[in-house]
Design a protein around this ligand. Structure first.
Ligand code: MTE
Length: 319
């Protein structure tokens, strides 16, 4: 994975989205700011003037951290989304015209219920929750993000995996027209990821559709992306179009690209260094450039909820 120079990092104040509307949207928001943007019950994307729609009926989760979230600006302008370029600021610019609607999610494989679902139909059975989670990137930076999402365990149960299903695989949209990064060979497209069924049904795992109470920005993986907060950020596959229940372990993009550096599990582990850098500490985005790094916690601090999943696994070999 590319590592950016410290000069690429933009320190910014921690502000809530209430105080801050992303610059692009701010210009367009104009007089309609504060108006109700979507019909109750629907999960909106972007209303015609470009503002992100507010999400209805979101409950707060006891699984949230009480750490201060990063600003909406940090979260939506410092991104990894190689389909829209390799630089941290590229997705903010290059995903501006990406269309997260209409959107179809194909569910296939070892499950009783399969098929192609329009995004709104896919979402209907599930409740929206705010989950404020730490995110630790394998590149040794971190953020705190107030996601809005649905429980992945609920999604898995809904599709009724058969006894053969041991894993869930995910794929990102593969559209060269809309995603300029696909013309480059940085990864073998489409971006792919996977979890064991036990990981996918852990209460912490979610599919996120929003940030700060509004629909998720394109650059963060609209309209729906995976969030597994005890794993390195690259497991959090964006803009998902395929979900497949599998009996065998699926491939995952970064493991295919550099198997000596990126594994399948990718659990946050300060004791296992990346071959090119230590994972013991991390830089929290949004803080002062001169602030010292903070210690990285085992399983990103979520050990109580997930350590049991790995009790028979050698975490050095299964990195
Ligand atoms: N998903 C896709 N499809 N393409 C990507 O390049 N980057 C991953 C992950 N999901 C990536 C992706 C990496 S390396 C990280 S750290 C997180 O997205 C970053 O999520 P964020 O930009 O919302 O912070």
């Amino acid at each position: 994975m590319l590592i950016r120079k410290s000069s690429d990092i933009r320190p910014s104040e921690i502000t809530s989205e209430a105080n801050y509307i992303n610059r692009r949207d701010f210009i367009r928001a104009g007089a309609i700011a504060g108006s109700s943007l979507i019909a109750p019950g629907a999960i909106g994307a972007v209303i015609p003037d470009g503002r992100l729609a507010s999400l209805p009926n979101v409950t707060k989760s006891p699984l949230s951290t009480d750490e201060a979230p990063n600003s909406f600006e940090d979260i939506s302008t410092y991104n990894n989304f190689y389909e829209f370029g390799l630089g941290k600021g590229d997705p903010f610019v290059q995903a501006e015209n990406f269309k997260p609607r209409p959107w179809t999610i194909e569910v296939s494989g070892e499950a009783e219920k399969t098929g192609s679902f329009d995004f709104d139909d896919f979402m209907k059975p599930f409740d929206l929750e705010e989950r404020i989670y730490r995110m630790r990137c394998v590149e040794a930076w971190s953020m705190v993000i107030p996601w809005v999402g649905i429980s992945l365990a609920d999604v898995v149960k809904h599709f009724q995996p058969t006894s053969k299903a041991q894993y869930v695989a995910f794929e990102t949209l593969n559209d060269r027209e809309q995603m300029p990064g696909l013309r480059g060979r940085s990864l073998d497209w489409p971006y792919r990821e996977g979890l064991t069924i036990a990981e996918a049904t852990n209460p912490l795992a979610i599919l996120a559709v929003g940030i700060y109470g509004n629909a998720i920005p394109n650059q963060n993986g609209a309209p729906i992306r995976l969030v597994v907060p005890w794993k390195y950020g690259f497991k959090g596959i964006k803009s998902i179009v395929k979900i497949k229940f599998m009996s065998r372990r699926p491939k995952n993009s970064w493991n295919m690209a550099i198997p000596t550096e990126y594994g399948f599990y990718a659990n946050v582990n300060p004791e296992v260094s990346h071959p090119r850098w230590s994972q013991a500490r991390e830089r929290r985005i949004g803080g002062s450039l001169f602030a010292s790094k903070q210690d990285t916690l085992m399983f990103n601090g979520y050990g109580e909820q997930v350590a049991h999943l790995y009790k028979n696994l050698d975490l050095r070999r299964n990195f």
